[in-house]
Design a protein around this ligand. Structure first.
Ligand code: NAD
Length: 272
């Protein structure tokens, strides 16, 4: 029996479509998705993957031009919002079947020198905004009996590193939020999961590699192997598209029993 076809048929029926008209690759046809931080890096890759699978994607980002460009590329809708501002979040759409909480930022400093306003900002964008977005999206998902929440956590949601106090705190909090959403959403057909990448090849990380190479006076390949990938068994960066394909799988019917989970994409980092 072709179970893939059957479950995709179920998704199409939920979305009010005739399953025989939906190609297997378009299994999110009729679904809408909201991806935060979708103008760049991993968020952009997720937006592209979801749109390729047939979803209509709301591209949420602070960066107006880039959000408009990505939305234009994928036939989605740009939503310019500063996620540190709850009133801006109140203006985002709520008729969404899929939420990808992805927007994030980093600040590196030892705890005793960590600027409190940076710490607070990181919690606002990476913990409070996902809470507000999930809280606003759930009633629609519950009414439809189907929903997918995917939270872009990190290996730093499962392990700590020195000098990343705000980021590690926020990602661990996101893990807790994701699990509570999983428990509450289960009776309503809503799953909630985290993905936990190691270092991903995004402009942010490439700039960090170049900066560390300059400051340590070593080659970029050495920065990768000896500093950033020291704890990864696989000595390469993961590509944004590889993260997006895991996110897409979590949005599929095949992953319908996966909830409250944290999926390491860390080259073996957390195997230690
Ligand atoms: P990125 O910097 O390339 O993209 C982040 C996006 O978020 C940007 O488009 C930015 O404009 C947007 N953003 C930042 N602050 C915002 C705000 N206040 N309101 C709205 N949008 C805002 O980052 P990335 O590397 O693609 O990371 C995306 C997510 O993946 C983050 O949550 C990050 O913690 C996580 N992650 C990244 C890596 C990595 O190595 N890059 C590893 C693990 C987890």
């Amino acid at each position: 029996m072709d179970t893939t076809r059957t479950t995709e048929g179920d998704a199409a029926r939920h979305a009010g479509l005739d399953p025989s008209l939906v190609p297997a690759s378009q299994f999110l046809e009729g679904r809408s998705a909201l991806v935060t931080g979708a103008a760049s890096g991993i968020g952009r890759a997720c937006a592209v993957a979801l749109a390729d699978a047939g979803a209509f994607v709301y591209v949420v980002d602070l960066a107006k031009e880039a959000a408009e460009r990505v939305a234009g590329e994928i036939g989605g809708s740009p939503c310019v919002a500063d996620l540190s501002d709850p009133t801006a979040i109140d203006g985002l759409p709520t008729t969404i079947d899929i939420v990808v909480n992805n927007a994030g930022l980093q600040h590196i400093a030892p705890l005793h020198e960590f600027p409190p306003d940076r710490f607070a900002l990181i919690q606002k964008i990476m913990v409070e905004a996902p809470f507000h977005i999930i809280r606003r999206a759930l009633p629609y998902m519950y009414a439809r009996g189907w929903g997918r929440i995917v939270n872009l956590s990190s290996v730093h949601g499962l392990r700590a590193s020195a000098f990343k106090g705000a980021y590690v705190t926020a990602k661990h909090a996101m893990e807790g939020l994701s699990k509570v959403a999983a428990l509450e959403g289960a009776p309503h057909g809503v799953t909630s999961n985290c993905v936990n990448p190691g270092y991903v090849r995004t402009p942010l990380v490439e700039a960090q590699v170049a900066g560390q190479a300059r400051s340590h006076g070593i080659a970029e390949s050495e920065v990768l192997e000896k500093i950033m990938l020291e704890r990864s068994a696989i000595k390469r960066l993961i590509e944004p598209e590889e993260v997006a394909s895991a996110v897409l799988w979590l949005c599929s019917e095949s992953a319908g029993f996966v909830t409250g989970a944290s999926l390491p994409l860390d080259g073996g980092w957390t195997a230690h």
